[in-house]
Design a protein around this ligand. Structure first.
Ligand SMILES: CC(C)(COP(=O)(O)OP(=O)(O)OC[C@H]1O[C@@H](n2cnc3c(N)ncnc32)[C@H](O)[C@@H]1OP(=O)(O)O)[C@@H](O)C(=O)NCCC(=O)NCCS
Length: 124
């Protein structure tokens, strides 16, 4: 989280870091990216989820879904219709979680990670 916050500071307005609380207890951390120049060519600007971690003993209770919904709402509020995420491939990774929420694979690989996209026009 410290690394993410340092990155958030360095990247300024494109980073959207948030702690997630259940009552008084912090149960997760997310960081979204907003309108970044995806491939550095100035033509493909994307928003989405950069980091997401739910505290181990709070997993499986809807915190991750809440995090995705929160970023979706913010991205939608900014007038965009898609949100992206990347994850490390592998059976122990979060692919099942993202697919459950409706992300589909774009077919791209970014920095060795699978790229997923969620259509916000049909996500509620
Ligand atoms: C992946 C992670 C964010 C999911 O958060 P979570 O709070 O446990 O997920 P939720 O409880 O909101 O689950 C939402 C739905 O996805 C399902 N789900 C969660 N993890 C899943 C997985 N690995 N495979 C398949 N389905 C999964 C849940 O069963 C739930 O389905 P339901 O709504 O039908 O009950 C969390 O496990 C985590 O922080 N993992 C470690 C770090 C990580 O992988 N972060 C992502 C980096 S990109």
């Amino acid at each position: 989280m410290v690394k993410s916050l340092a990155e958030a500071y360095a990247y300024g307005e494109v980073a959207w870091p948030r702690l997630i609380f259940d009552g008084d207890r912090p149960v997760g951390f997310l960081m979204a990216f907003l309108n970044i120049d995806w491939d550095g060519k100035g033509v493909d600007f994307r928003s989405g989820l950069w980091r997401l971690n739910v505290v181990a003993d709070a997993q499986g209770r809807g915190v991750g879904r809440f995090a995705v919904e929160s970023v979706a709402a913010e991205v939608r509020r900014r007038g965009e219709t898609r949100m992206y995420v990347t994850w490390e491939p592998g059976k122990d990774g979060p692919e099942g979680f993202y697919r459950k929420l409706g992300f589909r694979l774009t077919g791209e690989v970014s920095g060795g990670e699978t790229v997923g996209v969620l259509d916000l026009t049909s996500f509620s």
